[in-house]
Write a protein of this length. Structure first.
Length: 319
């Protein structure tokens, strides 16, 4: 289990960083209040002055019911050479993304992405969002409109060969991680079949939830499942993260109860953990209803309460 934790801490970092460019001082943002803005209105001088600078290339606005415009000043980026560039938003959980830039001929180029695109053919089978930037002027601006429930978006620009190499390395490292966890899961499941001890089954289910969390968080669940379905993919995509975290809490607590045989050796602690499980069920169902009702504030409160509940459960499990 220690190996899984250590590997999980490092496996998401890319092996290859050559060919990417620092955008820390190049990004600014503008929040849409009521009216949906067009790119012409955003580029207008009066609106342009309202952009606020960010000191990082990781966009983090948290839970929000607003859309945001992102401006990337390419003139402040130190490009080493002329290449075919790719702009990466290293997440897939964005309802819609509209990218605008002017090419060297001063023509506006528009590209769109996001999990709320209407048809399966319009949704690319990728674990994140990436835009190819042909003919872009490296002294101009890129404007991006983001619409999501939760904003945590790492932004980077890559040369095309470096981006492809990074994604290939990602496939290898993630494949090793999932392979190791699945092997441990299968080992404990077969022990359960042999000895019929419930703790082995609970642990196997716990590890399956760990896999689900990383499949959702790293985008593979979207790339191989949600992008190929005609179902309301946006709702499923937004649910997978909170749902898998909620399931991890339930199964982690249940494994503690089974492994330590708490109903027999510590009835008080067993009852406390049981109540935490029931509270987690109530919070989980309420959070799903809030998310379906587009109540961002209620979902945020329940999400934070669930986090507090998880911390209490961890303390009690190691008590």
């Amino acid at each position: 289990m220690l190996y899984i934790v250590l590997f999980a801490a490092v496996h998401s970092f890319s092996i290859c960083h050559a060919g990417s460019y620092n955008l820390d001082s190049a990004i600014s943002y503008l929040k849409e209040d009521r009216k949906r803005l067009t790119v012409e209105e955003v580029v207008d001088k009066s609106a342009n002055r309202q952009f606020q600078g960010l000191q990082t290339s990781r966009i983090y606005f948290g839970l929000s019911s607003h859309a945001y415009w992102i401006k990337i000043d390419l003139s402040s980026v130190s490009f080493a050479e002329d290449k075919d560039w790719i702009l990466e938003l290293d997440t897939y959980k964005l309802n819609s993304v509209d990218l605008h830039y002017r090419n060297v001929d001063e023509e506006w180029i528009h590209q769109s992405a996001g999990i709320k695109l209407s048809g399966r053919s319009e949704r690319p089978s990728r674990r994140n969002i990436a835009f190819y930037l042909p003919g872009i002027s490296k002294s101009d601006f890129i404007y991006i409109r983001l619409d999501a429930h939760y904003y945590q978006v790492p932004v980077s620009i890559w040369t095309q060969p470096a981006y492809l190499e990074k994604e290939q390395n990602k496939v290898i490292t993630d494949g090793l991680f999932y392979g190791i966890v699945i092997a441990i899961l299968a080992y404990h499941f077969f022990i359960f079949l042999a000895v019929r001890t419930k703790a082995y089954l609970t642990y196997a289910l716990f590890l399956s939830t760990v896999i689900l969390i990383y499949l959702s968080g790293q985008g593979w669940l979207y790339a191989y499942v949600f992008s190929h379905t005609a179902l309301p993919v946006a709702n499923f995509a937004h649910f997978t993260g909170p749902f898998s975290g909620w399931l991890l809490l339930l199964l982690g607590v249940q494994f503690t109860r089974d492994y330590l045989n708490l109903p027999e050796f510590n009835v008080t602690l067993d009852k406390a953990l049981s109540r935490i499980q029931w509270a987690a069920v109530i919070f989980g169902v309420s959070a799903v209803i809030a998310l379906m009702a587009h109540s961002v504030m209620v979902f945020g409160i329940l999400y934070n309460l669930g986090f507090v509940l998880a911390v209490i459960a961890i303390i009690l499990c190691f008590y």
